[in-house]
Design a protein around this ligand. Structure first.
Ligand code: ATP
Ligand code: MG
Length: 464
C-alpha cells in the first residue's frame, strides 16, 4: 500500500526535536512572564473576515497565502496566518480591554500560510509573540522590543541585529502616499500585477513586495521616515532614547514597512546573518488602528511575532548546544512475573515522589534489558529476579562508575528518591520548586514512613 506522508510544507516535531522546542519555548515564556505578560490561546480557525480586516486586503498574506475553507457551506473560515488578529478579536469579544490597561498577552502558536516551502519558510510554522493593548507611550515600544532581544540573547544566539523604523500615522502617511504614488507611476508598467493593484489602494505595500523587479524599483523610492509628522517624530525619539537607556543596540532601516496593513509608527525586525534569505527571525510594531479596524474601540497597541523555526535554524547554524535531555534515573530489570510486578510497584512509588524510573515493557532477557538501559542513558540499574526476591536484597548499580551497592529491595524507592532529590533532575527540580513553595520539601526528602508492601505480589504468579 502507498505510504502516507506529511502534507507539503508541514513538519513533524520528533522526539529529540521536541526537547529543543521545549527549551526555546521555556525561554520565550519566562521572558514574557518577567515583563508581566499572560498567555493567551485562541482557535486555529477564525472567520475569514477577521483576517481581511485585521491583516489587510492588500497584504501578501491575504492576497496569496491564506488557507480558506467553506465551513460546510455555511461561511468562510481561515486557518490563522498569524496570531495578532485573533488576540485582538478575543480581547474585544471578552472585554479584556475594559480592565486596567495595558492588557499584556503572549502566545506560542502554529500558523498557516500557503507559501512555497523552502528553508525557513513553511506552510505550518510556529510563532512566539507578545501583544500590548491600550498604550501609545514610547516606553511600551521599547519594552516589547526588549522582550525579543532578551529571548534571542538568552538562547545564546549571536549576530542578530535589531532594525528600527517609523512609518508614521494615518495623518502623515496620506501625504507620503501621494509622493509614493507619484514615484511608482513613473515605473508602473514594470511593477508586478499585484503591485499594480496596490498602487491606488496602498502604495506602501509595494515596498514589501518580494519580486526582484519591484524591489529594484523600490530602491530609490521616497522614504516614510522623511515625511513623518512632529508627533510621530517625537514618539520615535522617545522609543530610541528608551532603547538607549536599556543598552539595546539598533540601527535605523528606513526600508522596513512590515507585512500588515495596520502598522503605525514604530516597526522593527530582528535579522539573523546566518540563515540565508529568510533572515527575519522576528518582526513587529505598533498597530494603533487595528482595534477599530475589527470593530473595537480606539486602542493604541503593539506587538511582535518571532518565527521559531527560523530561531532554531539560527541556533543550529551557530552550533548552539541544547540542554541535554534528562535520562531516567533508574531502570529496573525484572526477571519473571513476580519480579515484574514488584518492579512495577517500586517504579510507581518512585515516580509518585517526582523521580523518573522505568522498567521492562517488552519482556526481554536481562542482557537485552541492560542494552536498552545503556541506550537510554539511565543513571542507575537494578536487576530483580527470584534470587533477589528470596534474599530481599538486590544490587543498585551506578552506570557511570560501575559501582554497585547491595540494597534491601524495600529500600530501593527511598534510596533512589534520595539520589534524585540530591541531584538536579529536570522534572524533579520543577516538582520540588512547587513543593518547597508549599513547605513540603522535608517531607518528601525524608519519605521514610513508606515501607514497601510486598503482600499479595507473589500471588500474582500463582494466578497465571
Ligand atoms: P517574510 O517577509 O519572511 O515573509 P512576514 O513579514 O510575512 O515575513 P510576519 O507576518 O511578520 O512575517 O511574521 C513574523 C515572523 O514569523 C517572521 O519574521 C518569520 O520569522 C516568521 N514567519 C513568517 N512566515 C513564515 C513562514 N511561512 N515559515 C516560517 N516562518 C515564518
Ligand atoms: Mg511573508
Amino acid at each position: 500500500m502507498k505510504i502516507i506522508t506529511a502534507v507539503k510544507g508541514m513538519q513533524d516535531m520528533l522526539p529529540g526535536d521536541a526537547e529543543k522546542w521545549k527549551f526555546v519555548e521555556t525561554i520565550c515564556k519566562n521572558n514574557a512572564q518577567l515583563h508581566g505578560f499572560s498567555e493567551i490561546r485562541t482557535p486555529v480557525v477564525e472567520s475569514t473576515e477577521l483576517f481581511l480586516r485585521g491583516v489587510g486586503e492588500t497584504t501578501d498574506v491575504v492576497q496569496k497565502e491564506m488557507y480558506t475553507f467553506e465551513d460546510r457551506g455555511a461561511r468562510s473560515i481561515t486557518l490563522r496566518p498569524e496570531m495578532t488578529a485573533g488576540a485582538v478579536r478575543a480581547a474585544i469579544e471578552h472585554g479584556l480591554i475594559r480592565d486596567s490597561l495595558p492588557v499584556k498577552v503572549f502566545y506560542i502558536a502554529s500558523c498557516y500560510r500557503a507559501e512555497k516551502p523552502q528553508a525557513g519558510r513553511l506552510r505550518e510554522f510556529h510563532q512566539f509573540g507578545v501583544e500590548m493593548f491600550g498604550t501609545s507611550a514610547p516606553q511600551a515600544d521599547a519594552d516589547v522590543i526588549s522582550i525579543a532581544r532578551e529571548v534571542i540573547d538568552d538562547l545564546g544566539i549571536d549576530n542578530v541585529s535589531l532594525e528600527l523604523n517609523s512609518i508614521g500615522c494615518k495623518e502623515c502617511r496620506s501625504e507620503y502616499h501621494v509622493k509614493l504614488r507619484e514615484y511608482f507611476r513613473a515605473n508602473e508598467d514594470r511593477l508586478c500585477e499585484t503591485c499594480k493593484s496596490r498602487l491606488e489602494r496602498n502604495p506602501m505595500r509595494i515596498l514589501d513586495c518580494k519580486s526582484p523587479v519591484c524591489q529594484g524599483i523600490c530602491e530609490h523610492a521616497p522614504l516614510m521616515i522623511d515625511s513623518i509628522c512632529p508627533d510621530c517624530r517625537e514618539h520615535f525619539e522617545g522609543v530610541k532614547s528608551c532603547l538607549d537607556a536599556m543598552d539595546i543596540e539598533y540601527s535605523i532601516n528606513p526600508k522596513i514597512v512590515r507585512g500588515l496593513d495596520y502598522y503605525t509608527r514604530t516597526v522593527f525586525e530582528f535579522v539573523s546573518k546566518d540563515i540565508g534569505a529568510q533572515s527575519t527571525v522576528c518582526g513587529g510594531g505598533r498597530y494603533d488602528g487595528l482595534f477599530e479596524e475589527v470593530g473595537g474601540p480606539k486602542m493604541p497597541s503593539l506587538g511582535f511575532a518571532m518565527g521559531l523555526e527560523r530561531i532554531l535554524l539560527t541556533m543550529e547554524a551557530q552550533g548552539i548546544e541544547f540542554p541535554p535531555h534528562d535520562p531516567p534515573l533508574l531502570y529496573l530489570a525484572p526477571v519473571g512475573k513476580a519480579a515484574t510486578a514488584l518492579c512495577a510497584k517500586i517504579a510507581r512509588e518512585i515516580r509518585m515522589s517526582g523521580v523518573t524510573a522505568e522498567y521492562d515493557m517488552v519482556g526481554r532477557s536481562v542482557k537485552a534489558q541492560m542494552k536498552y538501559a545503556d541506550k537510554i542513558g539511565v543513571l542507575y540499574t537494578v536487576v530483580i529476579g527470584d534470587d533477589e526476591i528470596a534474599a530481599g536484597t538486590a544490587k543498585l548499580k551506578n552506570m557511570e562508575d560501575g559501582e554497585a551497592e547491595e540494597i534491601q529491595i524495600d529500600a530501593i524507592a527511598d534510596r533512589v528518591c534520595e539520589i534524585g532529590i540530591g541531584g538536579s533532575f529536570g522534572r524533579l527540580t520543577e516538582l520540588l520548586e512547587g513543593f518547597s513553595a508549599m513547605g513540603n520539601l522535608a517531607e518528601i526528602a525524608g519519605a521514610e514512613e513508606n515501607p514497601l508492601d510486598l503482600t499479595g505480589l507473589l500471588d500474582f504468579e500463582d494466578k497465571e
